[in-house]
Design a protein around this ligand. Sequence first.
Ligand code: GLA
Length: 388
Amino acid sequence: MQDIIEQARAVFVQRFGTKPVVYGVAPGRVEVLGNHTDYNGGYVMSAAIDRVTVVAAGKSDTAVCRVYAVQKDAESVFHLEDIQPDPHDRWADYVKGVVVELRKARVPVEPFHAVVTGNVPIGAGVSSSASLEVATAMALLELNGTRLPQWEVARLCRRAENQFVGMPCGILDQFSSVFGEKDSILFLDTRTEEHEAIHLPSGSFGLILVHSMAHHTLVSGDYATRHRECMEAAAWFRVRLGEHIQVLRDVTWEQFQQWQDQMPEPLRRRARHVISENRRVLQGRAALHRGDVVVLGEMMYASHESSRVDYENSTPELDLLVQLARQHGAIGARLTGAGWGGATVNLVREDEMEEFARRVADAYTAQTGIHPTVYRCHIAPGATAIHD
Ligand code: GLA
């Protein structure tokens, strides 16, 4: 992380002629269990990883904000009083959206300069976008001398993505980036906001991310379509079960089973995924508390199957990676994040990790001709702000 901060500092000095005042640092996350449950009021398990976005910031001496993204080699320039999305610089929308929301929350944001850099893989399903939002919020809050509670930061960043970027995501990514804890898997009830960090038995097993390197666009019609289908499925149950059904979280597995034969497709399968996934997260959480990683792994495999068949957000490449993971001894494996490309997360015994990664990568390349990228996830703390 220190090297990324050094890089941000050097680029900032070169570009703006002064040192930055503050660095917002925010991690990406891996979704362990709970696929597309978050915007349905459900449960999720996740972990922040040791890949971060850094936003170095300082005040501007003009009325103009300038934000330079190292990886894109692009600069976005805007006035605080006239912030518009830019289809040519989508990355900057995540920054601008946060600025808009900070101002709505009455944080006194002044014109600023910023440099964005980091090592969160983009398009791998580890939420580089939320890490950019959270790092921006952390930097600008500190730069403008304001503190907000952690939950407020997470919610504000989600609103930025929902409203400014136009992606109807839940809170999972922003929550994980803010609340991450070293060596712990996070559990969140998105309805009540109850959450806990469950410490992993150290040295026993770890998480490996295998990026399928197949196309993945987060702001896609598919995500919005699933969101809409879930709301329609909840409305279908509301008519039959009563006004207390707001989201699919409110429908029990028993109720679903009782009514499913009458439900139209694809709503029935979307509902079956979300409602069964909520049960898997609760079972996975209980298993982790008992230290029973085998059951957690089974839940992960079952989750992938449910995403594949009922939610239809997998891809042939992700399915192949999960199949190879099973063949090569992973305790559990599944797609992670939105889906339609991106990566799988694999729960693997510590002493088998290297061998596992090599074998899965080789077999995947042999069958597809694609070289996957493999990351060992070190579970890391959540976002912070650091003064220069
Ligand atoms: C994306 C969204 C999250 C969540 C996951 C799927 O990462 O940003 O809010 O819905 O997909 O679980």
